[in-house]
Design a protein around this ligand. Structure first.
Ligand code: ADP
Length: 709
């Protein structure tokens, strides 16, 4: 599959799984939250019910105390309230009230009695009625409570119905929602009534209850205060709304724990009923945003975010793995291709080269590969060698077997070695081979291997032999020639000397008889003989350079130069030449002193000979060292040489001037060249016509320790 598709698939899979996980964890959290909410509601409801049920019990206590002692006076009522600690234990109570049941015919007597402990007592509303329920006492006697004294609850239909129910049931009954004005503010509240009968017990029948009714213990209760007491002070997770009645209506709203919060969108709500004093209250619980604990609320989000992050990571990993794999595959394919190609090229090369190529162990006991040219060069079967690797020894020329064996034994472990040997082919032909073998670098656990080549050098060998033969022939003939030149020049000098001496005799004896022409002819003849002698001498010297020189040895050029200056004393004096040379700076070189004298002498005498007619002769000799060599120079300010003759002047008999201009044989520089070359050096010239020339030549330096001649 393509990396992109794989990565996309991984991403899709990861995101899908994350979404599922998110969904599942959200459901789980929702379920958890719902059940926790239910539990919380149940907890609050229990508290509410318990406290609500307990609350009216205050009236029970009053009932018990009052019924035993008849109608309470103001002081009685205060004592009862004090005993029961009404104001401290029952929060939310506006006060406790004693309501006396007064049949119309007893009104006067009743009024007189109450006026006895409650001066200024008046029935409210005034007027004659068949039956009254009149407040005679109130505690605490606060300014807002006191006005209720004297009021008749029976005239209020709602209160009257509640009073009747209380009277007939003997149980505590409460009114519906009232807005009691407390501290000038309408405050949601209810009144609760407990009928008080003569005798401690509550009469069994309704008739008896009506007959024996004394009055009612009553208390007003502010629901808000009550609820705040009942509910936890730090209630911030659930809103509690309490309604009067079996349904939640706006009019019936008693209490709202969080009036500022709009819970119409609350995700969880619950409605419960509370029974109190014969009435049903409705309690609505709504979940506040703070309900679900942070961790629980965040869990699904974390799951989703984490899941998506993991998916992205997964995608990245898959992408990277897939591309790496793809790259690795591509690389492998490439490598395989190039390996094949290279192997193919190698094979092609190995099979087509003119040499035998082979791979074997270092002792040549096993061959991994032998190129086909083996059969052509060795004239033997490759197969045979592969099957019997030792065979090759028997195919060598018998005279070379031991030498080859020795080479293999001596060099088997070396990096690179070679040898030459002869083989005898199956057809009997003898051939020369040059062999080269290399040890191949290998891993520690691989067997040692050598790679080798055999080239057929039979032709080369033949050529070498031919050359060697020629060289020896040439040497012989050179020797002969030299010998001949030596003998010839030597022998030539003999008749020459004779010619010269007879010419001298001729002049001495018959000079007087000769006319001017005759004497001139005689001079020419004698001059010719002298020149010929010089030529023969020069040639003799030239021919002896190579074979008859002294062995090369450490030679101090200062001594050489001393000889030269001595030899040329006359010429120098006559020409007035100024020769500058720092003898102390002339080096010790590897050379033949006699021949080096000859070189310097030739160069300096040429510098004098080819001087400028217009300037005094100046000659400088210098020496510079250069990487194991000394470069010597002889500079003059003479007539100079045209560049095209720079090479030619070093050849024998090559002269640039006629003898009439400058005398000479044309051998001097050729001799210099030959001597310098015998010393392993070179000679050359640099020159500017009409200005002067510099002749350079190099000689091998010697270490200063070597002795000098
Ligand atoms: P030669 O006997 O003629 O001097 P050389 O071999 O010594 O023979 O010189 C060859 C030629 O090189 C000379 O004929 C001359 O023309 C030229 N030559 C040699 N040395 C100098 C020099 N110092 N200045 C100018 N020309 C020179």
């Amino acid at each position: 599959m393509r990396p992109l598709a794989l990565a996309a698939f991984a991403l899709l899979l990861g995101v899908t799984v994350s979404l599922f996980a998110w969904r599942a964890s959200k459901d789980e959290v929702d379920r958890l939250v719902a059940s926790r909410f239910d539990a919380r509601v149940a907890e609050l409801q229990t508290v509410l019910e318990q406290r609500m049920v307990a609350y009216p019990q205050v009236l029970r206590g009053i009932q018990a105390m009052v019924s035993a002692s008849g109608h309470p006076s103001r002081a009685d009522w205060a004592r009862v309230n004090q005993t029961l600690q009404v104001d401290s234990i029952y929060p939310g109570l506006t006060g406790t009230v004693y309501i006396r049941s007064v049949p119309g015919e007893q009104r006067t007597e009743f009024e007189r009695e109450v006026l006895g402990f409650e001066p200024g007592f008046q029935i409210k509303p005034p007027g004659e009625r068949p039956y009254y329920t009149i407040v005679t006492s109130v505690e605490p006697r606060t300014p807002s409570n006191l006005p209720v004294i004297g009021s008749d609850s029976w005239v209020h239909p709602v209160r009257r119905a509640t009073l009747e129910a209380a009277r007939d049931s003997g149980a505590i009954q409460i009114t519906g929602k009232l807005n009691l004005v407390i501290d000038d503010k309408p405050t949601p509240a209810f009144l609760m009534y407990q009928a008080i009968y003569q005798g401690a017990a509550i009469p069994d029948t309704i008739e008896e209850r009506r007959d024996r009714l004394l009055g009612f213990a009553t208390a007003g209760c502010r629901v808000g205060v009550l609820m705040r007491t009942i509910l936890p002070a730090d209630l911030n997770d659930v809103e509690v709304r309490v309604y009067d009645g079996a349904e939640a209506t706006a009019d019936g709203l008693y209490f709202d724990s969080h009036p500022d919060v709009d819970v119409s969108f609350a995700s969880h709500q619950a409605q419960r009923a509370v029974q109190i004093g014969g009435r049903t209250w409705t309690v609505i619980y709504a979940m506040l945003p703070g309900f679900a604990q942070a961790a629980e609320g965040a869990l699904p989000r974390q799951t989703l975010v984490g899941g998506i992050l993991v998916s992205l990571l997964l995608t990245l990993i898959v992408w990277s793995l897939a591309t790496t794999r793809a790259r690795a595959q591509a690389l492998a394919v490439d490598m395989t291709h190039s390996l094949r190609a290279s192997e193919g090229r190698f094979r092609e090369l190995a099979e087509n080269i003119d040499q035998v190529f082979f791979v074997a162990d270092p002792q040549y006991r096993h061959f991994d590969y032998i190129s086909p040219s083996f059969e052509r060069i060795w004239g033997r079967s490759r197969q045979e060698l592969l099957e019997n690797p030792d065979r090759w020894l028997s195919w060598l020329h018998p005279e070379d077997v031991e030498a080859v064996r020795a080479v293999v034994a001596a060099h088997g472990g070396e990096d690179d070695y070679g040898t030459k040997f002869r083989i005898v082919r199956a057809d009997g032909e003898v051939r020369w081979l040059a062999a080269h073998a290399f040890n191949v670098a290998r891993a520690a656990d691989e067997p040692a291997r050598v790679v080798g080549f055999h080239s057929d050098i039979t032709d080369q060998k033949a050529a070498e032999e031919k050359i060697a033969r020629y060289i020896s022939e040439i040497e012989v003939s050179n020797n002969d020639l030299e010998q001949f030149a030596y003998v010839a020049s030597h022998d030539l000098r003999e008749p020459l000397r004779m010619v010269s001496s007879y010419l001298t005799l001729l002049e001495r004896r018959y000079g007087e008889l000769l006319d001017a022409d005759g004497r001139e002819f005689l001079d020419f003849a004698r001059e010719g003989a002298v020149r010929l002698d010089r030529l023969v001498l020069d040639l003799l010297g030239f021919s002896r350079i190579q074979r008859h020189g002294n062995p090369l040895a450490a030679t101090n050029l200062a001594h050489v130069m001393g000889d030269v200056l001595r030899n040329l004393t006359v010429a120098i004096r006559e020409s007035g030449a100024a020769i500058s040379v720092d003898l102390d700076r002339l080096p010790v070189v590897h050379g033949d002193r006699e021949q080096l004298v000859s070189v310097f002498q030739n160069l300096i005498s040429n510098a004098i000979k080819y001087r400028s007619p217009v300037r005094p002769v100046r000659i400088a000799v210098t020496a510079d060292s250069d990487d194991g060599y000394w470069r010597l120079s002889v500079t003059d300010n003479g007539i100079g040489i045209e560049p095209q003759y720079f090479d030619r002047i070093f050849r024998i008999f090559q002269r640039l001037h006629s003898r009439a201009e400058y005398d000479g044989t044309g051998i001097g520089l050729a001799m210099c060249k030959r001597i310098v070359e015998r010393h392993g050096g070179q000679i050359w010239v640099q020159s500017v016509p009409e200005e002067g020339s510099t002749f350079y030549f190099t000689l091998q330096a010697v270490p200063p320790t070597q002795s000098e001649t």
